[in-house]
Design a protein around this ligand. Structure first.
Ligand SMILES: *[C@@H]1O[C@H](CO)[C@@H](O)[C@H](O)[C@H]1NC(C)=O
Ligand SMILES: *[C@@H]1O[C@H](CO)[C@@H](O)[C@H](O)[C@H]1NC(C)=O
Ligand SMILES: *[C@@H]1O[C@H](CO)[C@@H](O)[C@H](O)[C@H]1NC(C)=O
Length: 911
């Protein structure tokens, strides 16, 4: 934790010092210049001290617990504590320094000449003297170190120095192969019993409970069932909720309702209303409800009422750690989940620890086996513990000596904690203390999200970058790319679980296991890293942390003057009034991250544009419809997120935010218009969805860092400029282009030369002459292609088949012809095909050997396709056929005469 803090401080000094802004400013501020320059020079000295400190600390991993092999660990711990205190103080000073610079850099402060008044001079003098004081304290620490002979233990145990680099730049395949496979090990009997209880004949609603200690695999067991299409499809509707300790029943019911009925948008918060709605929805349905991780019986009377006892073979599954909750189910429907056997443990462990070297066999080397067995005894058959320890060891050398030391340490850690539950968290805690400091900060940040939250990869990466957690590896790699590596490493270490991937296997969302989360919430709080407000009745937050996340009960939480020091503020409570938000934000000062995406805001409070250190501002999904000119004051802003808000136009001043990396404004067809010359936003990586105009199409070419571009309202006369601009974006991976929608405004692809890294291409609107450009071999890396309303005249597949890496193909209302033909050998990597609203399509031919890896096929609203294509029988990998609003003849054939073409498909959904 000490290193983590120092890392942040060093990163912040680097980004604050010597900016061109300072130099420019200093020339204008006369008398103040001397003080500022002095402060800068002291800061450089402090930087030097910290760098040496960092080097001194690095061979040892800073475990929560003192290392048993170091003699004077108490002195060491006290000394480290002093360092942490200083590091925190320095962080405060630097952020304050940056804040003042930000304030001065604003034009209005020059007009008012506020920096010449004596108050300002006093403030700056104060900063300089605080820095001097810190410097003296740091020097004194060095003296102390020598006086007491403080040494770090460098014996290699616990050293993770070799772990930081070898994981980097994994190939795409190892990226997508990690994760979910362990689940099949062990617990076969329990899985079978669960399936039987769920599928049994009894018409009455049945309650089934699964009881076991934290980390024993309860949720995994249910999730596996939930994923099985052949089981889930026998239900009319289903919902899964996590019943965490401090949640509101209304929120839970509202979640249930929206899962049951996808079209339910009216987010009611009224208890009686919700109860009635759900009851009437479930009345005649066969439903399946999962109540995950229930802690007590408090809500049961409500659930019992809402999940009504109809006679449709409905099922309610409860998972719990508490025996008394489990007994809500009758005895023969209670499944106790025990620990894994010795052999099962070893298999699971080996899969984690050795699969890097040999994916196929992943067996334990002979010499290590005795140590593996000893270590496993400590894990007592708990999957979570086994996976954590296995992953941790996969980062070690495969040498007996190292494993022996590891075991000795583990043993030492655990002897004083016989109690099982704490003891599991001990193991986890230990695997956490092994994390390199940069990862530690990032991982603790995950504790800010609510318990069952599926965290979006893209989102958390931007938050990490905004907080300054991510190491700068030079100009070749962006911070976001480095952050991706961090995320990958956290996955490899099994600290996070991927829950959703995109079309080609890249992580989209992930979750933190509930026990792991409980643990990081506790650690975060203890270390004053972050505080979670998740209890409606607890008001006392005080000045406890640098980051606050409000989950529920926001109104009673009072962000007072201590909020001045907050770096992140995340609001998940949807019920707090706007007045409260305004009051809260007027207390912030050094804030870098502000997320109000779940709030009721209609305007951006003026106080927000005075937060000069703000790097990340998220107002997506709010009712905000206007961005004021004063946004220009947020010179450090990297991310401005307004998706699904109602901003149709951004002010000219937006082009002054030159640090912007991600600007996401709207996600609908209309796009948001930007006036002004956008070429100044040279750091932009994401820009979506903007409304085209002639100048924009031209000036986009200056944004050579763009990774993702979404542009709408393109008319024919912009085509040439647009493609010329796109060609200059050499790192572009995602491009979405929509025309203005008028019949006559077409996209002409003749002059388009796709950037060579392009992975996703979405085109909406008529293509000139009804042809897709013949330059398909330029799309060598393209994985996803979606075409809408293209008006293609001829079968486009011959051309598209040159895109050999395509994984997902989606044609919606894009083709007017009668037949599509997939020939043998085409699209070897294609996994998903969506064909929708192709009105004239009457023949779909698939040769043997075509699209041989297809797993998902969607046919919707193909009103001329009256028969089941015979070629489906060649699609041996096809798992899911989704047919929606297909002609009656097609459905008849599917269920009758031509059933033979589809009988090998695991899951056929015809609605
Ligand atoms: C936008 O700015 C660039 C310089 O950054 C300039 O070359 C270009 O002409 C400007 N475009 C317009 C349309 O003003
Ligand atoms: C296309 O149609 C729209 C609306 O009918 C019209 O305003 C526009 O001028 C037309 N554009 C061209 C290039 O003909
Ligand atoms: C379908 O075919 C008819 C006649 O063959 C043609 O006029 C029409 O444009 C085609 N496309 C659609 C979308 O109906």
């Amino acid at each position: 934790m000490t290193q983590g803090l120092i890392l942040i401080v060093l990163q912040k000094i680097t980004t604050t010092l010597g900016g061109a802004a300072v130099t420019a400013l200093v020339s204008k501020v006369g008398e103040l210049a001397g003080i500022i320059l002095e402060a800068e020079s002291i800061m450089k000295d402090i930087q030097g001290e910290f760098e040496i400190m960092q080097a001194f600390l690095s061979p040892r991993v800073l475990a929560e617990e003192p290392n048993p092999y170091t003699g004077n660990h108490q002195i060491l711990e006290s000394w480290l504590k002093l360092i942490r205190k200083i590091a925190r103080d320095v962080e405060d000073i630097i952020d304050e320094y940056a804040f003042l610079l930000g304030k001065m850099a604003n034009p209005e402060s020059f007009l008012k000449k506020t920096f010449h008044n004596s108050k300002n001079i006093k403030t700056w003098n104060n900063i300089a003297s605080q820095l001097k004081h810190v410097k003296a304290r740091l020097e004194y620490l060095t003296v102390m170190r020598e006086r007491y002979g403080i040494k770090m233990s460098g014996n290699g145990v616990g050293s993770s120095s070799h772990s930081s680099t070898h994981q980097l730049y994994l190939s795409d395949t190892s990226y997508s192969n990690d994760g979910d496979n362990d689940v099949t090990i062990g617990h076969e009997y329990e899985a079978q019993k669960l399936a039987e209880c769920v599928s049994s004949d009894g018409a009455d609603r049945a309650v089934i409970s699964i009881c076991g200690m934290g980390g024993s695999g309860k949720t995994t067991l249910v999730r596996n069932l939930y994923r099985k299409q052949e089981i889930i499809k026998t239900f009319d509707c289903y919902a899964w909720i996590t019943v965490s300790k401090n949640c509101l029943i209304e929120d839970l019911l509202s979640k249930v309702m929206s899962q049951l009925d996808g079209s339910y948008e009216h987010r009611s918060t009224d208890y009686n209303d919700l109860v009635k709605r759900i009851q009437s929805y479930l009345e005649n349905q066969r439903y399946l409800i999962i109540l995950d991780d229930m802690w007590n019986r408090d809500f049961w009377p409500c659930f019992d009422l809402v999940f009504m006892k109809n006679k449709c073979r409905s099922r309610v599954i409860i998972t719990t750690r508490i025996e008394g909750v489990a007994s809500l189910a009758p005895d023969d429907h209670m499944i106790r989940i025990g620990s894994l056997s010795e052999e099962e443990s070893l298999t699971l462990f080996s899969k984690r620890a050795f699969s890097k070297f040999n994916k196929e066999t992943s067996t334990c080397p002979e010499g290590l086996l005795p140590w593996a067995r000893k270590i496993l005894v400590k894990c007592q058959g708990l999957p979570l513990a086994i996976v954590a320890i296995g992953s941790l060891l996969s980062y070690r050398n495969m040498e007996e000596q190292e494993w022996r030391l590891f075991y000795n340490q583990l043993n030492w850690q655990l002897t004083n904690n016989p109690e099982l539950y704490h003891w599991v968290s001990r193991i986890l805690k230990w695997s956490l203390s092994d994390l390199p400091s940069h990862l530690r900060n990032c991982f603790l940040y995950c504790s800010l999200f609510p318990e069952d939250y599926q965290i979006r990869r893209r989102w958390i990466i931007r938050l990490w970058v905004a907080e300054g957690f991510v190491e700068d590896r030079g100009t070749e790699t962006t911070l976001e790319e480095v952050a991706e590596d961090y995320l990958r490493e956290l996955t490899q270490r099994s600290l996070i679980q991927i829950t959703e991937r995109n079309e080609f296997g890249r992580t989209k969302r992930f979750q933190v296991h509930d026990i792991v989360r409980e643990m990081i919430v506790t650690i975060s709080r203890k270390e004053m890293f972050a505080h979670i407000c998740n209890h409606p009745h607890i008001t006392d937050v005080g000045d406890v942390a640098n980051r606050v996340s409000v989950h529920i009960g926001g109104q009673v939480y009072q962000p007072g003057p201590s909020s001045q020091h907050l770096r992140s503020f995340l609001l998940f409570d949807k019920h707090v009034p706007i007045k409260w938000i305004n009051a809260a934000s007027s207390n912030f000062r050094l804030l870098r991250v502000l997320c109000l995406r779940y709030s009721l805001l209609k305007d951006i409070p003026d106080t927000i544009t005075g937060l000069f250190n703000l790097h990340y501002l998220d107002l997506s999904r709010t009712q905000v419809s206007k961005v004021q000119k004063s946004i220009a004051r947020l010179k450090k802003l990297q991310t401005l997120h307004l998706m699904f808000a109602h901003v149709s136009e951004l002010p000219l001043e937006i082009t002054l935010l030159t640090s912007l990396r991600h600007l996401s404004v709207s996600e609908d067809m209309y796009g948001t218009s930007i006036s002004g010359n956008i070429s100044s936003l040279k750091n932009l990586q994401t820009l979506r969805e903007v409304k085209a105009n002639k100048d924009l199409a031209k000036n986009l070419g200056y944004l050579t860092q763009l990774r993702s571009l979404g542009i709408t309202g393109v008319v024919r006369s912009y085509n040439e400029d647009l493609w010329a601009s796109v060609m200059k974006m050499t790192v572009l991976t995602k491009l979405a282009v929509a025309t203005s929608g008028y019949e006559n405004e077409t996209l002409d692809l003749q002059n388009m030369r796709p950037p060579r890294n392009l992975e996703k291409l979405y085109l909406a609107g008529k293509l000139a002459e009804g042809v897709f450009s013949p330059i398909c071999d330029g799309f060598q890396k393209l994985k996803v292609l979606k075409l809408r309303w293209s008006g293609l005249v001829n079968d486009p597949l011959t051309l598209l088949s040159k895109m050999v890496n395509l994984v997902c193909l989606d044609l919606y209302c894009a083709y007017d012809g009668k037949s599509l033909k997939f020939c043998s050998g085409w699209f070897p990597k294609l996994k998903q095909v969506h064909l929708g609203n192709l009105k004239n399509l009457s023949s779909l031919q698939i040769s043997d050997g075509a699209i041989s890896n297809l797993a998902y096929l969607e046919l919707r609203e193909l009103e001329s396709l009256n028969d089941v294509p015979e070629g489906l029988k060649y699609l041996r990998s096809l798992q899911h056929l989704y047919a929606r609003n297909m002609p009656g003849d097609f459905v008849e054939m599917l269920e009758g005469e031509h059933q033979g073409f589809v009988q090998h498909i695991t899951y056929i959904e015809c609605v």
